[in-house]
Design a protein around this ligand. Structure first.
Ligand SMILES: Nc1ncnc2c1ncn2[C@@H]1O[C@H](COP(=O)(O)OP(=O)(O)OP(=O)(O)O)[C@@H](O)[C@H]1O
Length: 486
């Protein structure tokens, strides 16, 4: 379980932080002075530290320096009451993750701590190349021993320790982020920060500010100075995912950063120098984008100090079975299941399917099949429709009135459904569960009444109109069969 340590003598801060994470399972430890803070740090080994810059006996900055000798990767967020830029700059230069101004804003605390936790996770969970059979829960494993993946591993080994930019190319879901993390972990910067930014996930303005930061008042809503990722990650490694999605303005700024290691915050005049290694990734055809003037050729050359081409899953001969075993093992533990095998037919279908979404798609398919399985074996019916339809169009099993499936909400599957929603991080579990149960209830009663809606409404004790509305809302159709709809 992730944990947070707060070192601050101000009780209102401690209370606010506790309130901010009251609904989460984040473990929170508090200390009100440097000495007990150090004891708590050694004892609890937190993932993120919130540290008051003005402690009674020793300044937070000095304490942070000491802490870095114990855990150099610990993201430290300073809490300060003064909005003077010197303190902020000094803190950032020391390698602080970010800083928060008093009075604290609960949402800001939450967002920043969550981001810092994600950074910590990326830095700390090692990516192992799969050599042995063993699987450790703590690390992400790059599974695969196909000749093409062995070539990728060799390339990682060749380039990781060199301080050059790396461009990872490959289809969506093929593992580009895992490769970036493996490069980082095998580099000499592995004691420093690693941050991942998805360029496609943010609007142009937000991305520029996310990467380079902004000054207070730079644009509407910029109510304080924001330190960008490049500044936060000085000395470390930044992974720019979907790099083909940057606007021309951001492309120019990243180019200058790569040429001179310098930039200005949005709306700022000070030039900031940083030393960051850039790893980027894309699934887009950058050469074509260059021809169409959508991507800068000079930036392409700068990003492409070394290129790693990640093959799609369908070209990794033999790896599908290894990945399957890996996911079975992982999800059996996560879902508390005991699925031990896959039928020959289901394996054949999976081997023939081209997996356009690559490993991410396959991982999702295996997880879903395992959630739905009631026996120890994965059989074709448990695979997604796309896979069944690919080889035998029209063959995806229709769920007849007599069949039971988890989509129908069989009561025995409610626990599994909840497992799925909770582990997916859904924040709408109540509504989703109600719908799941309603779908089960309605399909079950309609089946009993052979699709007769008047009789079903009577049995349910609701009006025909309400039943019809509910059926429409839940996508339940009554024909020859009663189908729950997807
Ligand atoms: N070789 C592999 N072995 C085990 N798991 C893998 C492997 N490759 C990818 N995965 C898993 O598949 C999922 C997708 O991987 P990842 O996010 O690295 O892909 P990506 O290429 O960066 O995707 P996108 O293009 O959408 O950003 C992740 O959960 C990752 O852990």
């Amino acid at each position: 379980m992730a944990s947070l340590l707060v070192i601050d003598d101000d009780r209102t801060v401690l209370l606010l932080v506790k309130k901010a994470f009251a609904d989460s399972d984040l473990e929170i430890h508090c200390a009100s002075d440097a000495e007990s803070g150090m004891v708590a740090l050694r004892e609890h080994k937190p993932d993120v530290l919130l540290l008051d810059i003005l402690l009674p006996e020793i300044s937070g900055m000095e304490l942070a320096r000491e802490i870095r000798t114990i855990d150099i990767r610990l993201p430290v967020i300073f809490i300060t009451a003064t909005n003077d830029s010197d303190t902020a700059i000094e803190a950032m230069k020391m390698g602080a993750y970010d800083y928060l101004l008093k009075p604290l804003d609960i949402r800001q605390v939450r967002t920043l701590v969550e981001r810092a936790l994600e950074t910590r996770r990326l830095m700390n969970s090692p990516v192992r190349l799969q050599e042995a059979e063993s699987d450790s829960e703590e690390s992400d494993v790059l599974v695969g021993r196909s000749p093409k993946m062995l070539e990728v591993y060799k390339q990682i080994g060749r380039v990781a320790a060199q301080d050059v930019t790396v461009l990872i190319r490959g289809e969506s879901g093929s593992g580009k982020e895992l490769i970036a993390r493996a490069l980082y972990q095998h580099s000499h910067r592995n004691g420093q920060c690693f941050m991942a930014v998805n360029c496609a996930a943010l609007t142009d303005t937000l991305l520029e500010s996310e990467l380079f930061g902004h000054e207070k008042g730079a644009f509407t809503g910029a109510d304080r100075r924001h330190i960008g990722r490049f500044e936060q990650c000085n000395g470390g490694t930044i992974f720019l995912d979907e790099v083909g999605d940057m606007s021309p303005a951001t492309q120019s700024k990243v180019l200058r950063l790569l040429q001179e290691q310098k930039f200005e915050r949005v709306g700022g005049h000070d030039t900031i120098s940083v030393d960051v290694r850039l790893i980027s990734a894309t699934n887009r055809d950058l050469e074509q984008m260059i021809e169409q003037n959508e991507f800068r050729l000079d930036l392409f050359h700068r990003l492409n100090g070394f290129e790693i081409q990640l093959p799609p899953l369908r070209e990794r001969s033999g790896d599908l079975k290894l990945l399957l075993d890996h996911f079975l093992k992982r999800f059996n533990t996560q879902l508390n299941k005991n699925i031990t095998s896959i039928s020959a037919e289901a394996l054949e279908l999976m081997e023939k399917y081209p997996w356009p979404g690559n490993i991410r798609e396959m991982q999702g398919a295996v997880r879903r099949a395992m959630l739905m399985a009631t026996g120890p074996t994965i059989v074709p019916e448990l695979l997604p429709k796309d896979i069944l339809e690919y080889l035998q169009p029209g063959s995806a099993p229709r769920r007849s009135a007599g069949s039971r499936s988890s989509d129908e909400g069989g009561s025995v599957d409610l626990a599994e459904f909840l497992d799925d929603r909770m582990s997916s991080g859904s924040e709408n579990v109540y509504q989703e569960s109600l719908q799941f149960m309603e779908r089960y209830l309605l399909t079950r009663v309609l089946r009993e009444t052979q699709g007769n809606q008047s009789k079903a409404a009577l049995r349910l004790g609701i009006t025909r109109g309400s039943l019809r509305n509910k059926m429409r809302e839940l996508g339940i159709q009554v024909g020859q069969v009663v189908e729950p709809g997807e």
